[in-house]
Ligand binder design. Structure first.
Ligand code: SF4
Ligand code: SF4
Length: 336
């Protein structure tokens, strides 16, 4: 599976990876922080090209993407490794374990699998897809040619040049906005918030459909002040960006009790006063997972678990009742 990496430089006989803002200097035989890129004979290689740890047809709502082809299914695929170290990672067994089992799947084979299962496209997810850049660029280009969509579920911690390359083949992204505190991001997640913010800004400016997710974790980001900063930030970019706040449950190295549901609802209520599309993940359904028209209040999409029933949206994404232009990308013309 090793393939030469695309994003690196050699300076003073040292290899520096340029894929993400860690800018690891990788010595002979060593790997970078993500565990996925290694120096062999003064060349940088990705160790995970085509290496698939998990693959499944998922409802798109599970990514979560609530405003992109609602109610559809997408072939979801992941590799191993991650360039961040969130102590509560739900997928730590593949994101932080570089000896986890993978199977090789060539890019064309992945696209064939998506077509065979009538998927709307391919979602690169589960671990961190940006460190899989070479593979997802190759698979994504073929997928595009075959009329499929490419979706990334990412931590957004990537340099601008590779991000811009990835955006040429990407239709939708869900980006984690883990905190709005730079110190927390540096100390707990082992990255830099400013780089993620840049990714969100660039992705939005490029016209890629974007949704944001914040896992609310007790002791890390569960203050109303921090949530208000995130709400203000989203509003400053585009208030119609869907924001998923998600309830945390203990995982990996973090064992605090699950997020207080009253706090989740308080954040939801405050956010919904300012942002038209706010959702509570990992909570029982009801209105906190439904979509309403920001103009006339009509129920547009009703959700239960990961299923979505379109009630009142017309292609190409307007309220069937009042005609308001929604930030929803529809799969097909819906007759009401
Ligand atoms: S992608 Fe991996 S090797 Fe490259 S800079 Fe980031 S963590 Fe380091
Ligand atoms: S960025 Fe995602 S995959 Fe990586 S450690 Fe954090 S939660 Fe896990």
């Amino acid at each position: 599976m090793p393939a030469e990496a695309r994003y690196y430089e050699i300076h003073d006989n040292k290899i520096r990876c340029l894929l993400c803002p860690h800018h690891c200097v990788v010595g002979e035989g060593e790997t970078g922080i993500c565990g996925a890129r290694t120096n062999s004979n003064q060349r940088l290689y990705t160790k995970i090209y085509g290496g698939v740890s998990s693959i499944a047809m998922d409802p798109i709502e599970k990514k979560p993407l609530y405003h992109f082809y609602p109610g559809s299914f997408v072939l979801s695929v992941g590799t191993i490794g991650c360039n961040l170290k969130c102590p509560y990672c739900q997928n730590w067994n593949i994101s932080q374990n570089n000896s986890a089992k993978t199977s090789f799947l060539e890019p064309a084979g992945l696209v064939r699998a998506a077509k065979a299962q009538d998927s709307i496209g391919i979602a690169y997810t589960y671990s961190e897809p940006c460190i899989w850049a070479e593979y997802l660029l190759d698979a994504g280009a073929i997928a595009r040619q075959k009329g499929l969509k490419n979706i990334l579920v990412t931590n957004g911690f990537i340099n601008q040049a590779p991000l811009r390359d990835i955006l040429t083949i990407t239709d939708a992204m869900n980006i984690d906005l883990k905190t709005f505190n730079s110190d927390t991001f540096r100390k707990i997640h082992k990255g830099r918030l400013e780089d993620v913010i840049k990714t969100i800004e660039i992705t939005h400016s490029a016209g890629c459909h974007i949704e944001l997710t914040t896992l609310i974790v007790p002791g890390i980001n569960d203050t109303i002040e921090e949530m208000r900063k995130i709400i203000a930030f989203i509003k400053s970019i585009d208030e119609s960006i869907p924001w998923h706040i998600s309830r945390y449950f203990p995982a990996w190295k973090y064992d605090a009790a699950p997020t207080d549901t009253n706090f989740m609802l308080r954040v939801y209520e405050e956010a919904a006063e300012i942002l038209p599309y706010v959702y509570c993940g990992n909570m029982r359904g009801g209105r906190v997972n439904d979509t309403y028209c920001p103009s006339c209040g009509t129920l547009l999409i009703q959700r239960s678990g990961f299923s979505a029933e379109i009630k009142s949206v017309k292609s190409p994404g307007v309220c069937a009742k009042c005609g308001f232009k929604l930030n929803i990308v529809m799969q097909q013309i819906i007759s009401i």
